[in-house]
Write a protein that binds this ligand. Sequence first.
Ligand SMILES: C[S@@+](CC[C@H](N)C(=O)[O-])C[C@H]1O[C@@H](n2cnc3c(N)ncnc32)[C@H](O)[C@@H]1O
Length: 308
Amino acid sequence: MNNKDTPTVDIEKAIKNCYSTWGEVYYDEYYGDGAPYPPVHLNLIKSILNDAGSKRVLDAGCGPASMLRHFLQKGREIYGFDLTPEMVLEAKRVMGQLGVPESHVWEASVLNPSGYFCDSANDDKYDAIVSCGVFPHLREEDEIVAISNIYNSLMPGGLAIVEARNALFSLFALNRHTYEFFTEKLIPVEELRGFATNEENVKLEVALEQLKAQLRTDLPPIRKGKAGELGYDEVLSRLHNPLELERVFKEVGFQEVEVVFYHFHSLPPQFSGSIRNLFLQGSINMEENPRDWRGYFMASAFCVVAKK
Ligand SMILES: C[S@@+](CC[C@H](N)C(=O)[O-])C[C@H]1O[C@@H](n2cnc3c(N)ncnc32)[C@H](O)[C@@H]1O
């Protein structure tokens, strides 16, 4: 989906449509035994919350309480909201079984400042706000709104943990994302075309085709919907450069901003299929150090962790 000219309201409509069939199956698919990769981010985020002693925690874009259900512990209040009604329904069911009041889960967008509180009678600020899997679905111009809303909903000293898909991993993946990163973010293609001679322009196009031919641009496969709804790759699902996202957090006023990486790939993904177990073991070993500099290139996801 082209996000430049699409209004936020239409983007959110498409996102809701995409996630409408995932309410009941999302947890099993990504956190259950059949998940393609263990949910390593869960322990990472839990340990950050525990180390900070977070007592009042909000999950902004909580899905079916996939992470939230694991945050429950004695002395901690947990809250969550999500854009997609089917996700909220499932999150309420799961939280209800754990004894969390139904009112602790509600429907809202991260772009709405009042959406961060379940009602006006309960608008105490949080000491931690987690948001995983949401930022890929925000337009670039909207992400500062979400980061400011998170900042304003935290108490002083509160912690933000925001997950994004790592755009720099494109350099290690050697696939379609690599080609897009080279031609859209690194090489100033339009500028070169502008001052090249006719002869140079022809050679430039040949060079770009040769670059493409060296990469598996047929990978990764485009993810389509399960039952006629829009698939993950058919709605806005952006990648983020950790160096740039870190800067936006600082601009909003966050301090002690750092990046932690997860979903390491011990090999470029296209080579992982034939030696699956070796790839998995090597990747899981790398998860032990979320601050490993190789994460900038070899991890497909990261969290910005920042203090108000
Ligand atoms: C990939 S799922 C992640 C769910 C959960 N946070 C997790 O990590 O397991 C992304 C979720 O973000 C929600 N979402 C997308 N855009 C949102 C927005 N603007 N405000 C709130 N939730 C949003 C979707 O409805 C979906 O449930």
